[in-house]
Write a protein that binds this ligand. Structure first.
Ligand code: SF4
Length: 360
């Protein structure tokens, strides 16, 4: 069956330019795909039809549900909030270890989803008690048009917007979200090692990510960094130090820096989960660079799930997984022992001790 530009989920894309011979160039991510007629971009959800570029996933959602904001993870932005989390299929990366590969690696003719309008997303977010919307699970760059329209409406209704991204969005695309996105979790793998990105993620060069993060900062987005540590092939100490120093020098020493434990998944099943000792060693190195808020993620009950006051060392926020179980900061996010002003933004939305106890 041929392509129909009027079918559900299809909409003319933004940020593309025509090229001779009916080709188009997509300028949404740093791949800058040049796409011939009747072909897809590398993300598998953008299609050249008669010399124009179309997205295939406008409102075609594969998830629409509330999540704790700590799941993104955002630990210093509106702590304790619930955010309405949406995704589609497709991704501009080809990570062999993707935890959400069923969504991210579904592309081209296999695109699926349940059709939503931006109004429906925002209505559901509000009715389910969420104070923000999160664009997450698969790379939101590939559903940019829908994200933009939902974010605009969410803002009008007083919600904030957060994005979980691999950071490969172009500067132009980030600028077009001016005033709409409030916070970003930028996901690194293997501390941004170039060979790792080439071999295990199908990404030619991670360097442009750093420029994109600087542009996000310029736009006033709250930024937290995650870094997936893959044992044996993506746990280099020099790479970790380089990334931690870059974060310290460019985003500030109090930027939350999350080291995530790898679990074998998808095509990388022959590796073990990251040893906790490796994560602890790398966390120590990150702290030695001067970073103040280094977290360990995907290790239930680890002491580095908690926040400690950078000044007096007092435990100020205790977490178990995505649950806040103790909160000992003032309403202005000051340490109740030494009055140090911690680097948090937004408001505290309440402890989830009760949710934790029910879940447990
Ligand atoms: S968004 Fe998709 S089509 Fe556009 S440059 Fe990136 S991978 Fe290519």
């Amino acid at each position: 069956m041929g392509f129909d530009p009027d079918q559900p989920g299809v909409k003319e894309a933004v940020l593309w330019e025509p090229l001779p011979g009916g080709r188009v160039k997509c300028n949404l991510c740093h791949r800058h795909c040049v796409i011939v007629q009747d072909a897809y971009g590398a993300c598998g959800v953008r299609y050249n039809y008669e010399g124009r570029l179309y997205t295939l996933v406008y409102g075609m959602l594969t998830a629409a549900n509330p999540d704790p904001i700590e799941k993104k993870p955002l630990t210093h932005f509106h702590p304790g909030a619930y955010v309405f989390s949406i995704s589609t299929v497709g991704c501009n990366f080809y990570c062999k270890f993707c935890q959400n590969w069923v969504l991210s690696q579904t592309r081209r003719e296999r695109v699926y989803g349940e059709l939503f309008t931006p109004e429906e997303v925002v209505e559901q977010a509000i009715s389910k008690g969420c104070v923000g919307v999160s664009y997450t699970y698969n790379e939101p760059t590939v559903f940019y048009e829908f994200m933009h329209d939902v974010a605009l409406l969410a803002k009008e209704k007083g919600l904030f917007n957060t994005i979980v991204t691999n950071g490969y969005m172009t500067l132009e695309a980030i600028r077009m979200l001016r005033g709409l996105i409030d916070a970003a979790t930028v996901d690194f793998k293997a501390s941004g090692n170039k060979d790792f990105y080439r071999k295990f993620m199908g990404v030619p060069d991670p360097e442009p990510i750093f420029d994109s993060i600087l542009e996000m900062k310029k736009q006033g987005w709250w930024i937290e960094i995650t870094n997936l540590i893959v044992p044996e092939v993506g746990d280099g100490e020099e790479d970790l130090k380089r990334l931690a120093e870059w974060v310290r020098d460019n985003l500030g020493a109090e930027t939350p820096f999350h080291l995530l434990r790898f679990h074998p998944e998808y095509l990388l099943n022959d590796l073990p989960p990251t040893p906790v000792k490796t994560l602890e060693k790398l966390a120590e190195l990150a702290l030695e660079t001067g970073l103040k808020h280094v977290y360990v993620g995907n290790v239930w009950g680890h002491r580095l799930e908690n926040t400690y006051c950078p000044s007096c060392g007092n435990l100020v926020v205790e977490r178990k997984g995505f649950f806040i179980t103790k909160w000992k900061l003032s309403s202005e996010f000051k340490c109740q022992v030494c009055n140090y002003q911690l680097n948090f933004k937004g408001a505290f939305h309440g402890s989830r001790l009760r949710d934790y106890l029910i879940w447990w």
